[in-house]
Design a protein around this ligand. Sequence first.
Ligand SMILES: N[C@@H](CCC(=O)N[C@@H](CS)C(=O)NCC(=O)O)C(=O)O
Length: 202
Amino acid sequence: MTIKIYGPAASRAARALWIVHELDIPFEHVPMEMKELKGAEYLKVNPNGKVPTLVDGDFKLFESMAINLYLAAKHGKDGFYPASLEDQAICHQWSFWGMTEVEKSLLTVLIDMFMTAPDKRKPETVADALKALPRPFNVLNGALQGRDYLMGSQFTVADLNLASICSWARPIKFDFTPFPNVGTWLDRCLSRPAYKAARATK
Ligand SMILES: N[C@@H](CCC(=O)N[C@@H](CS)C(=O)NCC(=O)O)C(=O)O
């Protein structure tokens, strides 16, 4: 049975859309309007009323990183989801790290810049968010020293998950000059055809 991915491409569903293109698996995309998310029908699919959601037969899953790690484990080939427990754990590590250390700050700036009326913007909140980013980006810069991808020379689900979060740094024009390895790695990840295909989705 074809899997279903719920959520518009201009949301965290972009992450799930990227991975299904990357894995080249058939899928049905249910874009959803934001206003439909709290409707009774959709709440049966995802009680949070949020996107993305994955439906794979009778199996339902929410949380973008959990969805991507599940799809990678189920369909990943050629090391995209590594074989060893330790390497799998490192993929989980970077996925959780992106969510907890980077996502909120980037999203705060993104929302203020593009989704907030000029008179409602909060420059101080944005400044605080921007101040929080050098610390994690410094860590990531160190981890990428001398390697193309987080696990070495192989693009894995860790790169996809983390780059999908860090992609928000591009529209806000975050300056990666002090973190050159991060900037180059992000460009490398975001130049993949599967990312571009996901972006072209509704
Ligand atoms: N941690 C969740 C966050 C899900 C989330 O907040 N999604 C947003 C769209 S990007 C949403 O559905 N917002 C609608 C709402 O909060 O009502 C994940 O990564 O899947």
